[in-house]
Design a protein around this ligand. Structure first.
Ligand code: PML
Ligand code: MG
Length: 264
């Protein structure tokens, strides 16, 4: 029996009004914590939203709620960094990796055609690998993956062993990608940031691990992307419900890093 009570804490910040009123998305954050960490976490999320390269927010919401579902612990995906010379090379590698993960070339190209029109969406878009169509019903909001966290001490061990700076950006992105891929309907994820000063993105899947790509766009560009390619013959509503509601902790162990490219 799980004895401790956990809380989901979420932050979203925007400029020129709230998201609902058409404001520009600035920053978001999701944490899963115990009550004694509440003040610290709320302060950290406040700081995150206030000091952002996308601009100064004039709307912010920070909310917490007790989580009633039992927390599941999973391993992080194994990570690999692919160094590329240009966004063109990065995007072409991303397409190659998506295909390797099980998305057909036709569906990849269909999704890429829609990326410009999806750029205002705050969360992720879910695309069916059979039809190439968007299958979530979340419109401009997108699917907001929440209720996951990676305890600092364990993340710092991971960062040390993987020669990575222990910054929260990678921690949050890898925690999210690991949660997203740990479901039977998940096939692959494609992501790059909407922050103008951050151009590394990734393709992730259960099979390929977390494949960072060092250039996915030009500096100064504020268009991000997050697409979850899913098997639409599975129960997609239960996948989306899992993404939003299932509480997940990430826990890394020494053995987890040999898993890049392993078979599902
Ligand atoms: C990383 O460097 O591994 C993170 C890449 C994706 C960042 C996504 C974001 O900042 O929104
Ligand atoms: Mg961002």
């Amino acid at each position: 029996m799980q004895e401790e009570t956990f809380y989901s804490v979420r932050m979203r910040a925007s400029m020129n009004g709230s998201h609902e009123d058409g404001g520009k998305h600035i920053s978001g954050g999701e944490r899963l914590i115990t009550f004694d960490n509440m003040k610290h976490t709320v302060n950290a999320l406040l700081e995150k939203g206030l000091s952002h390269s996308r601009g100064k927010p004039d709307f912010m919401q920070i909310q917490f709620e007790e989580v009633h579902e039992p927390v599941k612990t999973i391993h992080p995906l194994a990570m690999k960094t692919n160094k590329v010379e240009s966004p063109e090379e990065g995007q072409s590698l991303a397409r190659f990796l998506l295909e390797k993960a099980g998305v057909s070339r036709k569906v990849i190209e269909k999704a890429y055609k829609h990326i410009p029109e999806w750029r205002g969406i705050r969360g992720a878009v879910v695309v069916d690998i059979h039809s190439g169509k968007r299958i979530d019903q979340t419109l401009e909001k997108g699917v907001r993956v929440s209720r996951m966290d990676w305890p600092d001490a364990n993340f710092e061990n991971w960062a040390l062993r993987n020669n990575m700076p222990s910054n929260s950006r990678t921690k949050e992105a890898l925690a999210l990608a690991s949660k997203v891929s740990d479901h039977p309907a998940a096939v692959a994820e494609l992501c790059w940031s909407d922050d103008p000063d951050y151009i590394t993105g990734y393709v992730a899947s259960h099979k390929l691990g977390y494949q960072r790509i060092t250039a996915m766009k030009e500096y100064g560009n504020e268009d991000g992307c997050r697409i979850f390619f899913a098997d639409g013959s599975e129960d997609v509503n239960s996948y989306i419900n899992y993404l939003v509601k299932q509480p997940i902790f990430i826990d890394w162990g020494e053995d987890d890093d040999s898993r890049v490219d392993r078979k599902k």
